[in-house]
Design a binder for this molecule. Sequence first.
Ligand SMILES: Cc1ncc(COP(=O)(O)O)c(C=O)c1O
Length: 411
Amino acid sequence: MKDGDNSANRGIPQADLTGVSDDTLAVRAGQQRTTELEHSEAIFPTSSFVYNSAAQAAARFSGQEPGNIYSRFTNPTVAMFEKRIAAMEGGERAVATGSGMSAVLSTVMALLQQGDHVVCSTGVFGTTTVLFQKYLARFGVQTTFVSLTDPAAWEAAITPRTRMLFLETPSNPLCEIADMQALADLAHRHKAWFVVDNCFCTPVLQKPLLFGADIIIHSATKYLDGQGRCVGGVVVGSEETMNEVYSFMRSAGPSMSPFNAWVFLKGLETLPIRMRAHCEYASKVAHWLREQPAIEQVFYAGFEDHPQRALALKQQSGGGGVLSFRVRGGREEAWRFIDNLRLISITANLGDTKSTVTHPATTTHGRLSDGDKEISGITENLVRISVGLESPQDLIADIQRGLDAISQLSQ
Ligand SMILES: Cc1ncc(COP(=O)(O)O)c(C=O)c1O
């Protein structure tokens, strides 16, 4: 290499990352340095890029020459984030979006058309249900909702028009687990896409592509950021499929900002270590909770006696950081519990270093009809906690405060 030739430092060739562990991919994959040779990834806050000539502009627009054009669909910081998460999921390509919901929307709009049919689990994030049920139905895409854990119900729901199976596993907030390989096989027998929202596990705990998924969705807002700073989303899959998603994203514009992409890149660097700590702390809190008399039932994907334990062990390398539980009583008791917490934040986000508490029936799942809530198990006494990275002892003390407040109600 000649003096002054910085090319060797400009990025890490993918070949050098072959066979490295996920922890290394999280820190190193996708980085492309500028001629300044910055060690940390650069942010490119620019809406457009200049060309050397009119001919070069034309070549870029026609796709004859690769390179940056306009930040709605090409931005180097966003591209670094896309490459890193694609490497971590084991996918060929990723397309970043402005939110998790726009990742879902972009996938559906890119791949489905009027008359198509979707089978979706009842346990998905409430807004995903609203998107399918209310908005996509207006454009002629019908959805049938079925139990996540009942493969026969998925099979029975398939019609000749079914083009997509969509689920989250574990489910939010009841931590039910789907048999991904069985549902992938079913989808592929019917020439349908199998789409998995991997928000709760992240690629650190679960890689749906290994179990037959075609497409992975993330709300990057959650664990990928991990510190509650930015809203974003991403879709991962094959080059061919992601070309379609990219084309929709380019045309409709639900893009990720370069600043947010930079935050997510930094978030990914600590994701493996954070996920391991979230699992350990959540497991401690979940096991303690199920011993408490004021608690009716606890849901946690890491329980040794979880009804789908075998699947959990096959698909996941940890129980994750989210748990939920039913307090004895109804909404009054659940709200009293929440209102008496002093450490855990009352907020709808999850996957943060700060633990958060939610009453799903009146927040995240509040727009579901009473019937849909019942089918989904979203009862008035259900509380969800996303266990952060505070000391589990301090979290348990805070939860005890909430439970004490419930017992005062009955005195
Ligand atoms: C599992 C899951 N998927 C998708 C979303 C939507 O993501 P966003 O809020 O980034 O649009 C959420 C949000 O809570 C979620 O929990």
